[in-house]
Design a protein around this ligand. Structure first.
Ligand code: SF4
Ligand code: SF4
Length: 693
């Protein structure tokens, strides 16, 4: 599949107002419930860290744990199988079910989606019913699951009423409540449970020491599936195995907590078939539960991935779906950004494992590298790192979206993504901003946006003026400055990043630079964290960190007699906050300005919503320049959030955020209601008001 085809599908979703409404409502509700759970049950965060180490241990020796689980499950009296691929899994299931036409009730399971089990069984003439409410809706709408835990979260309740009217032939009012809709589905499924010959589910965890299968759910359907039909089949990916019964229990706690469903209503633990010893203490198997249990441990690329240093990351995933809810790209189109089954941040890695890396390489181009997924993941799967690695591979094959390719060529040829002559780099500064000379205290690294973009130049200038006022011994490089390489780094063009880093390091060394402050968090990130790989060790600060020191040292003084009297919120840029853990300095600056009424946005700090400008998107347009400009795009969502919170100024600390939000304010018609200002501009405004600048 070509990137344009995926982009077109994503645009179709962006333009579908029903889906957008469903996504927006669900994301907001989901987001809040996860945060509430983690606030109320904070021990889950610690347990998640433990589970991460458990999973690393298993993945380091997956075949040993598969073997151990097979022996333990077998000892419980259940039948156990290992399936290398989907064909062998389907053959095993066909053998278990036999040729007679059966009624089959299923629980939601991603592995059964992978092997297309429902479609296969229906083709063989069986009656198959998904019994998870969301998955049932997906089945009858013939759609694609949009989320790993809540597959139908993109469908509005009005759409669901239509769907049920058509499928069940019932008279359902368009204004039917959520409760009424659920009760119609429950009544329909009740009779299927009673008639079922076979129940099928996945597993949330499998204990290698006891052979116990753990399933966590809220609907109660798994109670019926595992108990009522005489045959119960479990199909589980081998990565679900954990060493012990206790680990399995902890894992399902974490999974339900990070899905916002803690405490879960049900945790089923199934260790073999039901039995009784109530008559003369003689054990009889097969009482109220299934008479046969079959457990299929499914590989489907997992064992190979466990030996790959990058893809192994994804196998740590416990499929809680939090990364999807947090991702700005997934937020506009759900799992349409993904492979056949898995979508969103976790979908990039899972698609590579289950469908091959080719499709994932294409998908990966839409990732902004904002790191929300990794930061909020219970087991810290580095989805952004996986995307970056896949893009590098794609670049090696010469497969690069056209606008990104042009941007990279500009960086190589001109030392900036705009493709503008280097001579123009310092036009914004005129003669009033000093040029760096040996012996100066600080090099002010302006970067590409600050040097060339008219809006960002205003922020660059504000900072320069504040530094002059504070008597900082500093200078800029002017025409000598090169692109920091941050876009090349984020995109995964490692060769070009290295080239830019080396060019800058050579210049810094020639001028005996010791301390650098950057306007952009993107430059800050690469200079601080990755220039060292090429011998460039400098004391690098983001300008907000430096300004906060100047304020604390009394070198910048505000005047309480001339308060600003503004309601201000701060937007955390990804490469300052999540990538480098700096959340306080920008807030401290704003809070130190007299008359600032500081407001925290709901999505702040590590939860911050990316502006959509990372990985070069602020230069080439959203979605590598391929996606549609819509009200659900992250920059527009963010300015609406600020506006709805009664904010007058949305302060940023990144020139890319500044530009993305400036565009969003215009697109939303909020120019007269919400100002987007860089923190340097807010500081300048306060100093001007005090007549100090
Ligand atoms: S880094 Fe950001 S854009 Fe990329 S997958 Fe993660 S959350 Fe989505
Ligand atoms: S990658 Fe992390 S956040 Fe995403 S589904 Fe997996 S465990 Fe959950």
């Amino acid at each position: 599949m070509e990137i344009e085809e995926i982009a077109n599908e994503m645009i179709r979703m962006q333009k579908d107002s029903v889906i957008q409404a469903g996504l927006r409502r669900s994301i907001d509700n989901f987001f809040r419930s996860i945060n509430n759970v983690l606030k109320n049950y904070s021990m889950l965060i610690e347990i998640a860290e433990y589970i991460r180490s458990v999973r690393e241990k298993v993945l380091g020796d997956l075949e040993y744990y598969i073997d151990k689980a097979i022996k333990s499950i077998s000892a419980t009296g259940a039948h156990v199988y290992f399936a290398k691929d989907s064909n062998s899994a389907l053959e095993i299931i066909d053998r278990i079910i036999g040729d007679k036409k059966r009624v089959i009730v299923k629980a939601k399971s991603m592995v059964t989606e992978e092997i297309m089990l429902r479609e296969h069984l229906i083709e063989r003439g069986h009656e198959v019913y998904e019994t998870d409410i969301g998955e049932f809706l997906i089945q009858i709408s013939k759609g694609k699951p949009m989320h790993v835990i809540v597959p139908a979260l993109h469908l509005s309740k009005e759409y669901i009423a239509d769907l049920l009217r058509l499928y069940l032939g019932l008279t359902i009012n368009n204004n039917a409540s959520h409760e009424e809709l659920v009760s119609h589905i429950r009544d329909f499924l009740k009779e299927k449970f009673l008639r079922a010959d076979v129940g099928i589910s996945g597993a949330n965890a499998i204990a290698a020491d006891t052979g116990s299968i753990f399933l966590v759910h809220n609907e109660g359907n798994i109670n019926e599936i595992a108990a009522l039909p005489p045959i119960y089949i479990v199909v589980a990916g081998v990565e679900k195995i954990v060493p012990t019964f206790r680990d399995a229990f902890l894992q399902v706690m974490v999974q339900s907590g990070y899905a916002g469903l803690y405490p879960p209503t049900y945790v089923n633990i199934i260790t073999g078939i039901s039995s009784t010893a109530d008559i003369e203490y003689h054990r009889v198997y097969g009482v109220h539960g299934a008479k046969e249990i079959h457990v299929i441990l499914y590989d489907g690329g997992r064992i190979r991935a466990s030996k790959d240093p990058i893809l192994m990351e994804q196998l740590r995933c416990i499929k809680c779906g939090r990364c999807q809810i947090s991702c700005p790209i997934w937020g506009i189109c759900g799992n349409i950004w993904g492979g056949r089954i898995y979508g969103g941040p976790m979908g990039v890695g899972w698609t590579a494992i289950t469908e091959g890396v080719e499709i994932s390489e294409t998908i990966s181009w839409f990732c902004l590298l904002c790191n929300a997924c990794k930061e909020l993941c219970p087991v810290k799967v580095n989805s952004a790192g996986i995307s970056r690695m896949l893009r590098s591979r794609s670049i090696e094959k010469g497969k690069v979206p056209p606008k990104i390719r042009d941007m990279l060529e500009n960086i190589y040829k001109y030392g900036n993504p705009f493709g503008l002559p280097r001579a123009k780099r310092s036009e914004w500064a005129g003669n009033s901003i000093p040029r760096f000379k040996r012996g100066m205290e600080v090099l002010y690294y302006v970067g590409d946006m600050g040097s060339f973009h008219p809006r960002a130049q205003l922020a660059a200038k504000s900072l320069a003026e504040i530094l002059l006022l504070s008597n900082v011994s500093y200078g800029i490089l002017g025409e000598e400055e090169y692109c920091s390489g941050s876009e090349a780094y984020e995109i995964g063009e490692t060769g070009l990043f290295e080239e830019m880093a080396k060019r800058n390091i050579e210049i810094f060394r020639a001028l005996d630079v010791k301390k650098i402050i950057t306007l952009s968090p993107h430059s800050y990130n690469v200079m601080k964290n990755f220039y060292g790989d090429y011998g460039g060790k400098f004391d690098v600060k983001h300008y907000t960190q430096f300004l906060w020191h100047l304020i604390k040292d009394g070198r910048i003084k505000f005047d309480s007699e001339t308060p600003l009297n503004k309601t201000i919120a701060y937007h955390d840029p990804c490469f300052l906050g999540r990538w480098n853990g700096e959340y306080e300095a920008p807030r401290n600056i704003l809070k130190s300005i007299p008359g600032v009424h500081f407001v925290e946005l709901e999505r702040g700090r590590e939860n911050s919503l990316c502006c959509g400008g990372g990985s070069g998107n602020c230069y080439v347009g959203f979605g590598c320049g391929l996606l549609f400009e819509s009200g659900s795009n992250p920059n527009r969502m963010r300015v609406k959030e600020a506006y709805n919170a009664g904010v007058e100024i949305l302060a940023v600390a990144c020139p890319s955020c500044l530009i993305m939000f400036d565009e969003a304010v215009k697109a939303e018609g909020l120019e007269n209601d919400l100002a987007i200002m860089d923190i340097s501009e807010v500081v300048k405004l306060a100093l001007q008001k005090a007549k100090r600048l």
